[in-house]
Each structure stands twice: as C-alpha cells, then as structure tokens.
Design a protein around this ligand. Structure first.
Ligand SMILES: Nc1nc2c(c(=O)[nH]1)N[C@@H](CN(C=O)c1ccc(C(=O)N[C@@H](CCC(=O)O)C(=O)O)cc1)CN2
Ligand SMILES: [Mg+2]
Length: 283
C-alpha cells in the first residue's frame, strides 16, 4: 500500500489565511527584511520565495544582497542599522553563510524582537523554557502541517534524525511541549535503523539525500521529510531529492513529498512570524 501524501501547499494556504486575518487587525504596517550574502542558487531561490510571498500578502519586503566577500563587521553594521529602524518588524540573514562569517555571532546581533528565524539565544531559551517567543520556521511549519492533516502529536513516540539548530533541536522542544516522547538522533547515533524503525512518527532533517530507506521505517509510520537536496541527474540537470528514499512510500502510512511537502510551510510560517514580530509578539 502506498503512503498518504501530506502535500504542503494546502497546509501552507491555511496558515497564510491566519496571517491575512491577523494582518487586518494590525495597527501598524509589517515589514520583512532579508539579508543574503553571495549568489548560492538555492539561497537565491528561497529568498525570492520569501520576498514574493511577503509582497503577495501586502507586507513591505526588502532583500539586502551583499557580496559573498562582505566582512562580518560590515554585515553586523547592516544588522544594527535594521535593528534600530522602527520601520523594520522582521529581520533574518539567509543561511548558509560563507565560512569567514561566524553564524552564531550574527544571530546574536539580531534584535530578538525582530528575529523572525527564532535563532537568537533569547528566543531559543524561551522555546526550551516553554515561554512564548519567535520560533524557527521549519519546525513550527511541520507542526502546522501535522495539525492540518489531523495527525496526533500528544502521546506520540517521535524520532527526529538531525540535530541542527534550525530544525532538529527546536523541533524536539516543540514536540516535547506538545506531549510527544522525543528521541533526537543524528549522524553519530549507533544503529540508526534500530532507532528509526521504532518510530511511529519519524522526522528527517539531515541533508543526506535518500538516507532513510524502506527497511529503516516502521510500517504505517508518519514520515516527515525535511531534506531539499539538489542532486545532479544523469541528464546534467539538477533535481530535488529528500532525505527519505522514494521506496519509503511503500512502507509509510503518511509521507511528505519533496518538493511540495515541508518547504512551503517554512515560507508560510515566516510570514506568520513577521506578523507576530510586528504585533510585538504572540497572540
Ligand atoms: N535564515 C534561514 N536560512 C535558511 C532557512 C531558514 O528557515 N532560515 N531554511 C532553509 C531554506 N529555506 C528557507 O530559508 C527554504 C527551504 C525550502 C523551501 C521550499 O519551499 N522548498 C520547495 C522547493 C523549492 C525549490 O524549488 O527549490 C519544496 O520543498 O517544495 C523554502 C525555504 C535553509 N536556510
Ligand atoms: Mg536540511
């Protein structure tokens, strides 16, 4: 039997409907500022998606494109200028950054109230403390996707593969807050297949194309594939492949496709975070 596909766009649309409602009640204009360094094709495409979506909602959107060789000090100066600008409600720096830039220093420099990526240590601490705050877009989007499709979270045994600060770690905190029992596995987890094959809910965010194969998945499991890997095909073109092998479709009960699964939720959740930041945070 083939897995039920959990398509991202309808879930993203329902999140965007919430954003439109909140925008109507907003007493001041909301704006999103995205800083991009260099011309990495994936980053160019993701930043374009964010800018287009923000404009489609009637938000003020600005993309600040800097050369890849921009120094950390120059980047921090731009961040500081946007921090101090009262017209800026949301601010993020697109990742990955070139190696001469220390990501954590840049994330710490962003005003936590404008940190629509939810990666400033203040916001990370709030998330783990169970306090309201801005939270990373992809994990928050995953929870919205699950709610949209009526998939239970409370009481679930969830295995996350991948311990990144942008997906795996914050998702663990969010699932715990929703009363799931969470295992956070990673590239150094011994016998990974034994861990994954006992997961009724499996979320994979490793950046390794096809890492999770059919034999590693519990029959009937819900599998959320966060990987969006650009893989060269034999015809010389590049295609998108998830972290989950296509064969998993025959084993899983429900599965997010790549593309068209989690990705659209990341952008929709960013729109919600921008409105939350403009509101001065939280419902
Ligand atoms: N500062 C940040 N950098 C990065 C983040 C982030 O949340 N904040 N996440 C990813 C990239 N990302 C957003 O920035 C992102 C990834 C994927 C998608 C998406 O819609 N993917 C589509 C496919 C799009 C395509 O054709 O390439 C899909 O999966 O269907 C949106 C945003 C890393 N960097
Ligand atoms: Mg990834």
């Amino acid at each position: 039997m083939s897995a039920r596909l959990l398509h991202g766009p309808p879930a993203a649309d329902s999140l965007l409907a919430q954003v439109r409602q909140r925008l109507q009640r907003l007493s001041r204009p909301a704006s999103l500022h995205v800083i991009r360094l260099g011309d990495d094709p994936a980053s160019v495409s993701y930043v374009r998606l964010k800018d287009r979506q923000a404009r489609a909602l009637g938000l003020h959107s600005e993309v600040h494109v800097l050369p890849e060789t921009t120094s950390q000090q120059e980047l921090l100066q731009l961040v500081e200028r946007l921090n101090l600008d009262p017209q800026v409600s949301g601010l993020l720096v697109q990742l990955p950054l070139p190696p001469h830039i220390q990501v954590s220093t840049v994330q710490r420099a962003i005003d936590p109230a404008k940190d629509v990526d939810g990666l400033h240590p203040h916001n990370v601490g709030r998330l783990w403390s169970g306090d309201p705050g801005l939270t990373p877009c992809t994990p928050a989007g995953i929870l919205h996707l699950m709610d949209h499709y009526g998939l239970p979270v409370a009481g679930q045994r969830a295995v996350i593969v991948g311990r990144s600060t942008i997906v795996g770690r914050p998702l663990a905190a969010m699932l715990l807050a929703r009363d799931a029992t969470v295992t956070l596995a990673h590239s150094r987890t011994p016998d990974l297949h034994e861990v994954t094959s006992q997961a009724p809910l499996l979320i994979v965010a490793t950046g390794v194309p096809g890492l999770i194969t059919a034999g590693m998945v519990q029959p009937g499991a819900t599998v959320i594939d966060v990987g969006v890997n650009r893989v060269p095909s034999t015809d010389g073109k590049v295609h998108l492949q998830g972290d989950v092998h296509p064969d998993v479709r025959e084993v899983a009960g429900a599965l997010t496709p790549v593309p068209g699964g989690v990705g659209p939720l990341t952008v929709a959740q960013l729109m919600l975070n921008t409105v939350l930041a403009a509101e001065g945070l939280q419902a």
